[in-house]
Design a protein around this ligand. Structure first.
Ligand SMILES: *[C@@H]1O[C@H](CO)[C@@H](O)[C@H](O)[C@H]1NC(C)=O
Ligand SMILES: *[C@@H]1O[C@H](CO)[C@@H](O)[C@H](O)[C@H]1NC(C)=O
Ligand SMILES: *[C@@H]1O[C@H](CO)[C@@H](O)[C@H](O)[C@H]1NC(C)=O
Ligand SMILES: *[C@@H]1O[C@H](CO)[C@@H](O)[C@H](O)[C@H]1NC(C)=O
Ligand SMILES: *[C@@H]1O[C@H](CO)[C@@H](O)[C@H](O)[C@H]1NC(C)=O
Length: 854
């Protein structure tokens, strides 16, 4: 006992006895001032955090991912914050205990500990505050991207063989070869998906589409696009790109999947490391020679299906007519037709679809007759298959549909074509009826696309409004266009990154449709004679800066001119005025600031697209200049609808489709009063608008598909669904869905920087909304407010639940958001979700939404 006493310094015994503490490290005395300091520092810390989150969010919008250090820092801040809140809660108790001007406490131990905590936390917070981040985010490199796979028969065995080979350490390069249409890409896609499923030991799986007209740089660009943190490499030389690739891949175990090699490629020239490091290279090719030149460690032949497998696939493809089994007679003939396809999956698919609707014996007999009498003789398998595939082309009902199909071959291999675009081209080319419905619809175009997709001549790209051609089918189209290889075709395709100059082997005299898409041409300085040219696709060239005087000199029949996506193009030559037949002009996503005066001479123009350009001039005179204009797109350009433009637009008698920007609330109101004009609006961007109240009429704006609200201060957004008496119904309005109110077509809404709104319950009036982005609007507390929502659904029983069709939801920088919608747990179609920097959104909602992501 005595020993123990001796070990305690006197002053402590004294202070312990009276509950006071007088030394210079007096936590108790400093407690209050430390608490105040702590509070200030925490506020500063929170501000720093908010600033950082703002920066992070900008980076994340570009597709980058926040750094681990940033994540760690943010979570430290969060935990400090919650500790601080605990301290605050205990504050009144602790300060209440203080006595003797704050030098002593009634409960010394507790106060001492408390003071100690406050002081330690202060140090910690100061330390955290001092942390500075120069870089906050980096690019996410996903391990692999899932590929879609169609119905297959008998593929599993091959996938198994390939997979076993890849497990073998001695096999680094694997070649898959076989004829076009045999299913090589599908096999490669299965391998890709297997890497994805198995969380294997590879760092990254890179898929590259090679195709015929692609060269080294094209391959490098795809690899760098997948691997690199920024786009700074874009303008580098081939050598520089190679060393970049080499640098990155050297540090990884990678799988490189090259689809469709046409000839040997020198991997080291691309930058792919050559030394052994467990990495794998798998490619597909039509030729065994490529396998040999590439010095594969193993090659696998992708063979046609056995007769049994072929028959099975054919049955699945044709469907009811034979698989029902009740038509023995047809079934027997079907076996003969299937046999004609030689076990080639592509042919079985295409011919199978052509026969799917044939229910009489006569039709099947006719098919056998046609397939038997094919007169073309070709040496190789590939060439032999084209005539067989041509059977399905011949089965197309009429010349217009055939033209529509052949037109698709203008796009580069593997190119995904927007349906809407394709249809506009077809209209101008005169393949389909140019008369739109009153609502601007072009159902005939969609009808033909559907027909070609069902015939397996076009592939529907899932979840997008795009289609593409199988490369063999595309070859067939070009082959048909060239009169079965006997002469030069009138369709000319010179697209891709290897084209840097206008090729000099183009026969401009005979060409009707010309495609120079996605080239690297910088300057066009020729002046060709093109008596029959009707379509010129010159879009998506990243380098094109100049089109010289002379180029458009003689193209008297040109109807379609697409210059969109040439992001460096600033000017158009004046002589564009020579294009007297022009109907379609797409300049969107160019840098063009002002339009040539001569443009106004193009009296036949029916389609003009200036979206996302810098064009800012007033469009006065447009009505007189383009009396036939049906489509005018101005969304996201600098052109704003004002009184004068509104007046002009009213004089465009045939205008059916309009996208526009509006900054003035009174203009918005007035335009909705002009029936014909309002109903043509497909896209509307309200920007920089300040108004106590904005009314959007579901009837007037019945065709609205895309709405953007940007930098606006609007206190009330009101949806008017009944202002107009029901007029006499036009045929389009008898559609059953018109019975309920709402923006039926509205599928895409983006809201940025909106002030004055606490909820967006009016979105209930967009029952078919697919894509919603809301960001940077700190006053928004709820997307859909339950009470308001319920009261809307009460009045309109056919508006049931919010967001029944929503596929993609993106919420960011909404600092007051606490609720999305009451039924967030049961959104049936939601596939893509991103929720960022919505600090008040309860964790369970945010987590649930993230988990729901499929
Ligand atoms: C091999 O790959 C691993 C990654 O899996 C990497 O860490 C290592 O540096 C690589 N080694 C060589 C010699 O490239
Ligand atoms: C016009 O070009 C833009 C940009 O390339 C494209 O998105 C759009 O579909 C084109 N419009 C049509 C209808 O061709
Ligand atoms: C242009 O088209 C017309 C009509 O189809 C055709 O008769 C003529 O031969 C074509 N001109 C050339 C140079 O091919
Ligand atoms: C928005 O309006 C303000 C004033 O009304 C103006 O100064 C500003 O330039 C406008 N911003 C844009 C992007 O138009
Ligand atoms: C939340 O909204 C209120 C007004 O509704 C606003 O004053 C406040 O600044 C918002 N909070 C944040 C963190 O932005």
């Amino acid at each position: 006992m005595a020993d123990w006493l001796l070990l305690i310094p006197w002053n402590q015994i004294f202070t312990a006895a009276c509950g006071c503490f007088l030394s210079d490290r007096n936590y108790i005395h400093l407690m209050e001032s430390n608490l105040d300091a702590l509070q200030t520092t925490i506020e500063e810390l929170k501000n720093r955090r908010d600033d950082l989150l703002g920066r992070v969010s900008i980076e994340e919008d570009k597709g980058l991912q926040r750094l681990a250090q940033v994540k760690g820092w943010l979570s430290s801040v969060e935990s400090v914050e919650s500790q601080f809140n605990d301290l605050l809660q205990a504050r009144s108790t602790e300060t209440g205990r203080l006595c003797l001007f704050g030098y002593c406490s009634e409960d010394f131990i507790s106060s001492y500990n408390y003071g100690d905590k406050v002081s330690k936390m202060l140090e910690k917070v100061e330390l955290l505050s001092r942390r500075d981040f120069e870089v906050v985010a980096q690019k996410i490199i996903r391990k692999a991207e899932k590929k879609h796979i169609q119905t297959t028969v008998g593929l599993d065995t091959l996938v198994g063989i390939a997979w076993e080979s890849l497990k073998n350490d001695d096999i680094r390069t694997l070649g898959l070869y076989g004829m076009g249409g045999v299913g090589k890409t599908t096999l490669l896609a299965s391998i890709n998906n297997k890497f994805l499923e198995l969380e294997s030991e590879y760092d990254v799986v890179i898929w590259v589409v090679v195709s015929n007209d692609l060269q080294y740089e094209g391959i490098q660009d795809q690899i760098l696009g997948r691997l690199s943190l920024d786009m700074e490499w874009e303008r580098e030389t081939e050598n520089k790109k190679a060393s970049l690739i080499n640098n990155i891949l050297n540090r990884k175990r990678f799988v490189l999947l090259l689809d469709d090699l046409w000839s040997e490629v020198d991997l080291s020239r691309i930058g792919v490391p050559t030394q052994e490091n467990g990495s794998k290279i798998v490619f597909t090719t039509r030729s065994t020679e490529v396998c040999n030149h590439m010095r594969v460690d193993k090659q696998i032949k992708v063979d046609c299906l056995s007769p049994d497998e072929a028959w099975k696939l054919f049955q699945i493809t044709v469907g009811d007519v034979i698989s029902g089994g009740h038509r023995q007679d047809i079934s027997a003939l079907a076996r003969i037709v299937a046999a004609k396809c030689d076990g080639l999956p592509l042919a079985l698919n295409v011919i199978g679809k052509a026969m799917a609707c044939k229910e009489t014996i006569q039709e099947w007999l006719h098919a056998i007759y046609v397939l038997n009498s094919l007169g073309y003789e070709f040496p190789g398998m590939d060439e032999r298959i084209l005539p067989i595939l041509k059977f399905s082309y011949d089965s197309l009902k009429n010349g217009e549909i055939k033209s529509c199909f052949l037109y698709c071959s203008l796009f580069p291999e593997d190119f995904e074509i927007e349906k809407e675009k394709l249809i506009e081209y077809w209209i101008c080319e005169g393949f389909i009826n140019p008369n739109r419905y009153e609502d601007g619809g072009t159902n005939q175009g969609y009808d033909i696309i559907g027909l070609l997709v069902r015939a397996h001549l076009l592939i529907d790209c899932e979840l997008t409004d795009k289609v593409k051609l199988h490369d063999v089918i595309r070859e067939m189209a070009l082959w048909i266009n060239s009169d079965f290889g006997n002469q030069e075709g009138t369709i000319c395709v010179k697209s891709g990154a290897h084209v840097r100059l206008i090729p000099n082997d183009i026969n401009w005299e005979i060409v009707r449709q010309m495609s120079l898409i996605h080239t690297l041409i910088k300057k066009i300085s020729c002046s060709p004679n093109c008596p029959n040219l009707s379509t010129l696709l010159l879009s998506g060239s990243l380098r094109l800066v100049d089109i010289s005087v002379g180029f458009f000199r003689f193209m008297p029949k040109l109807v379609v001119l697409d210059l969109s996506g040439n992001s460096w193009l600033r000017n158009l030559p004046e002589e564009i005025s020579n294009l007297g037949s022009l109907q379609y002009l797409n300049l969107s996503r160019t840098m063009i600031k002002s339009l040539p005066v001569g443009l106004k001479k193009l009296k036949k123009l029916i389609y003009l697209n200036l979206e996302s350009t810098r064009v800012h001039e007033s469009l006065v005179g447009i009505a007189a200049a383009f009396p036939n204009l049906q489509v005018l797109k101005l969304f996201d350009s600098e052109v704003c609808v004002d009184d004068i433009l509104m007046e002009e637009l009213q004089h465009l008698e045939h205008l059916k489709i309009l996208t526009a920007n509006i900054e003035d609330a009174t203009i918005l109101e007035r335009i909705q009063g002009i029936d014909r004009l309002a109903s043509s609006i497909r896209g509307l961007c309200l920007r920089n608008m300040s108004a106590p109240r904005v009314i959007l009429s579901t009837i007037a704006l019945g065709g609205l598909q895309q709405l953007q609200i940007e930098r606006c201060y609007i206190s009330e957004i009101k949806i008017d669904w009944k202002s107009k008496e029901r007029r006499e119904l036009s045929p389009m309005e008898i559609h059953p869905s018109t019975s309920s109110p709402g923006f039926k077509q509205l599928s895409n809404v983006r809201i940025f920087g909106l002030r004055g709104q606490r909820d967006l319950s009016w979105l209930l009036f967009a029952p078919n909304l697919k894509k919603l982005q809301v960001g940077n609007s700190r006053e928004i507390e709820e997307i859909i407010n339950k009470e308001k929502g319920m009261s809307i659904t009460k009045v309109h029983p056919d508006i049931l639940l919010p967001f029944g069709n929503l596929e993609s939801l993106n919420l960011f920088l909404l600092s007051n958001l606490t609720e999305v919608c009451w039924n967030y747990r049961t959104l049936p179609n939601l596939r893509e979700i991103s929720v960022r920097d919505c600090p008040k959104l309860p964790e369970d909602i945010a987590n649930f939404l993230r988990l729901a992501e499929k």
